[in-house]
Design a binder for this molecule. Structure first.
Ligand SMILES: Nc1ncnc2c1ncn2[C@@H]1O[C@H](COP(=O)(O)OP(=O)(O)OP(=O)(O)O)[C@@H](O)[C@H]1O
Length: 261
């Protein structure tokens, strides 16, 4: 088998924000490799730099030290090549556009030929199990469905990398379970690389091939856990000893980070 290529490679990455209250070290000495097809979760207390790290990958923040590549090039070049789709905590759908209209928006901005739009919209709606909802408006959908529509929008232009910042944080647990299952299925079907921010230990362990534990002041990585769980994961796997063992290690890592405060 050929070696998986690095989708994200960060070396000694620093990002210090200058604020009126002095410097804030949002990221300090961060080293991480994300391989093609990995599902990587970032977990850690508020302010440990999870969102900042994702935003650096997306070229929305500039590091103040170290290096990072996305698909082997700078984040800026990767952004210009439309290398990633970004999913935020709030679905952020335009209320005056239908679900189909929202999903078409990036295609319109990128100048994808109009003749291809219908097929692409149908394909991504199918992937997130929202076929038949194309003509509905966002307010006609539940919160979980809106979040799925927002994932469909991020998938519409075929980027191999998905950056997801707490996409299910605002949803109740049952809906979240279902969306976790669907997301795992989608990842398995499409072979995409996913970087996923969460506050939930079970969510991180259930979804990930790699769990990155972070700690604040300064924001840094304190543990990287390679998951031994199989790709096929029924929800019941959360009761297995292997699952509980990884969850325990994540919890210990988070505790150790807090102890530094
Ligand atoms: N634009 C900015 N200017 C100044 N400080 C910032 C800026 N963006 C983030 N920070 C600070 O950088 C640190 C890391 O923030 P970040 O949002 O990345 O943390 P997080 O781990 O994603 O937190 P949360 O879980 O609450 O979303 C925090 O102390 C935050 O206040």
């Amino acid at each position: 088998m050929s070696e998986q290529k690095d989708v994200i490679s960060a070396r000694n990455l620093d990002l210090t924000f200058q604020t009126n209250d002095g410097p804030v070290h949002a990221l300090k000495g961060v080293n991480l490799d994300i391989k093609q097809g990995d599902f990587v979760s970032f977990i850690g207390p508020s302010g440990c730099g999870k969102t900042t790290f994702l935003r650096v990958m997306a070229d929305l923040e500039q590091p103040t030290g170290g290096e990072i590549t996305v698909n082997g090039v700078s984040p800026r070049e990767a952004r210009e090549a439309r290398a990633y789709g970004y999913v935020f905590q709030a679905a952020g759908l335009y209320p005056w556009r239908t679900i189909g209209g929202n999903i078409r928006l990036p295609l319109e901005i990128m100048g994808v030929p109009k003749a291809e739009h219908a097929e692409r919209v149908a394909r991504v709606l199918d992937l997130v199990e929202l076929s038949g909802f194309e003509k509905k408006f966002p307010w006609q959908l539940s919160g979980g469905m809106q979040q799925r529509a927002s994932i469909a929008r991020a998938l519409s232009f075929n980027a191999d990398l998905l950056l997801m910042d707490e996409p299910f944080g605002a949803l109740d647990e049952i809906v979240r379970d279902h969306l976790n299952e669907q997301l795992l299925h989608l990842w398995d079907q499409t072979g995409k690389t996913i970087a996923f921010v969460t506050h939930s230990i079970p969510e991180a362990v259930y979804l990930s091939t790699k769990i990155v534990v972070m700690s604040p002041r300064p924001g840094r990585i304190t543990d990287v856990i390679e998951s031994p769980l199989p790709r096929e994961r029924p929800l019941e796997i959360r009761e297995s000893p292997e699952f509980l063992e990884i969850a325990h290690r994540v919890r210990e890592g988070l505790r150790a980070g807090h102890a530094d405060d």
